[in-house]
Design a protein around this ligand. Structure first.
Ligand SMILES: Cc1ncc(COP(=O)(O)O)c(C=O)c1O
Length: 406
């Protein structure tokens, strides 16, 4: 056989330009979300992952991320990977055999911490409430009073069921009072609602790029307090990860030395996404997200549909809607995609559909498009829907908050 013989023939496949729609579907699900043009442009560039330009990008990202997290933390690290990779960096660097973690679980993502913590040999206690219910300070206090923990984990917004942890500041304060480090998942919430990492005393916070930040999937961010970093540095146990080893990653993020080839395009996109967030300002950004989500919620109720989460712990960044009796939501979502080119999310087992209000999703034209599509699609599946009532509910809230939802 000649050395250039090709044994596996090449497949004949069309270019993506022929198979993907010219205009992508409007992503109104639980993420990823649409990205601004500046972010898309930056994500199309490749630069060297080492050298002056990249060093500047890294410095800028850290400065911009400090604003987003509201922190002065020195140890900010960009992770090559999804938000789960940043979660894994937190878990894998702060936990090891002999360490104890309290996992506050009320859904899919808050429960993921427990899977990861078991994987690194930590002792895991899960305190849970049924999906759709909030994690409360009372629950945390009860567990913390019973035994001691090194780490407490909690999500600010449980995307899987649309629940907000309104008592997050209290929970974080309790963890600290009991001598535990707090690790907070801000994946769907960062820059969509207030998070004050330093003021609330959060030790570790992390997020993905593809949700509230409106950047490309595949890159995430994590910030360690000095207290948390001390635990990372003093770790007596072997370090199970190599890519996700925070000390090695800090070589790149703190000292501009090679760790692995950084995901330069994703980082350039993230730079632009964070810069746009700074340009907008968190104050306006929070108001935009709040009123965009409230307008959407008014529209959904105007349609005659029921929101799945009671107001006090309703997550504004991912709105969960009960699927009306007898309706096949998968069919309705398919119709929305095919007919109106709008995508929303189903759920992992619950009878809900979810509409995202993160980053570029929280814009008035997107609200009209998704609400109309949802109403028509559900009506087609047999739900009783008041389409004009829904659009009027949306319009009315937007009219009262025109300055906010710009
Ligand atoms: C609250 C929360 N945490 C973690 C994740 C995991 O993010 P990724 O899929 O980027 O790993 C998600 C994703 O939807 C999320 O919503």
């Amino acid at each position: 056989m000649s050395p250039v013989d090709i044994n596996v023939p090449h497949p004949h496949l069309p270019p993506l330009t022929e198979v993907l729609p010219a205009e992508p579907l409007l992503l109104m699900g639980a993420g990823p979300v649409p990205v601004p043009a500046e972010v898309a442009r930056a994500g199309g560039l490749v630069i060297n992952h080492l050298g002056d330009s990249m060093n500047m990008v890294v410095r800028h990202i850290k400065a911009l991320a400090r604003y987003a997290f509201q922190t002065t933390d020195e140890h900010i690290i960009g992770v090559s990977g999804p938000a789960s990779a940043a979660m894994e960096m937190a878990v894998g660097n702060l936990l090891w055999p002999g360490r104890r973690v309290l996992v506050l679980r009320n859904g899919w993502f808050s429960g993921r911490f427990a899977e990861m913590a078991e994987g690194v040999g930590a002792e895991v206690v899960v305190a849970q409430v049924p999906e759709g219910q909030p994690i409360t300070a009372e629950l945390a206090e009860r567990e913390l009073a019973q035994s001691s923990f090194d780490v407490v984990t909690v999500v600010q917004g449980e995307t899987s069921c649309g629940v907000w942890t309104a008592e997050l500041p209290e929970i974080v304060a309790q963890a600290r009072a009991h001598g535990a480090l707090s690790v907070v998942d801000t994946v769907c919430t960062l820059t969509t609602m207030p998070l004050k990492k330093d003021q609330w005393g959060i030790d570790v916070a992390f997020t993905g790029a593809q949700k509230g930040l409106s950047s490309l999937p595949g890159v995430s961010l994590i910030a360690f307090s000095d207290r948390a970093w001390e635990a990372v540095e003093k770790r007596p146990a072997p370090r199970p990860h190599w890519c996700l080893d925070a000390l090695r990653a800090h070589n790149f993020w703190g000292h501009h030395h090679y760790h692995y080839t950084a995901p330069v395009s994703g980082l350039l996109a993230l730079h632009e996404a964070l810069r746009l967030i700074c340009d907008e300002g968190l104050e306006h950004r929070f108001r935009r997200h709040l009123h965009s989500s409230l307008a959407l919620q008014a529209g959904i109720e105007g349609l005659g549909l029921e929101l799945a989460t009671p107001l006090p712990w309703r997550l504004n960044s991912v709105v969960a809607i009960k699927v009306p009796e007898g309706v096949d939501d998968a069919q309705a979502r398919r119709y929305m995609s095919n007919m109106f080119k709008v995508e929303i999310a189903g759920a992992f087992g619950l009878r809900i559909v979810r509409i995202g209000q993160m980053g570029e999703q929280a814009r008035a034209p997107n609200l009209f498009r998704v609400l109309h599509a949802l109403g028509v699609a559900l009506a087609r599946e047999g739900a009783k829907v008041d389409l004009s009532g829904g659009m009027a509910g949306l319009e009315s809230h937007l009219a009262q908050h025109a300055e906010d939802v710009r």
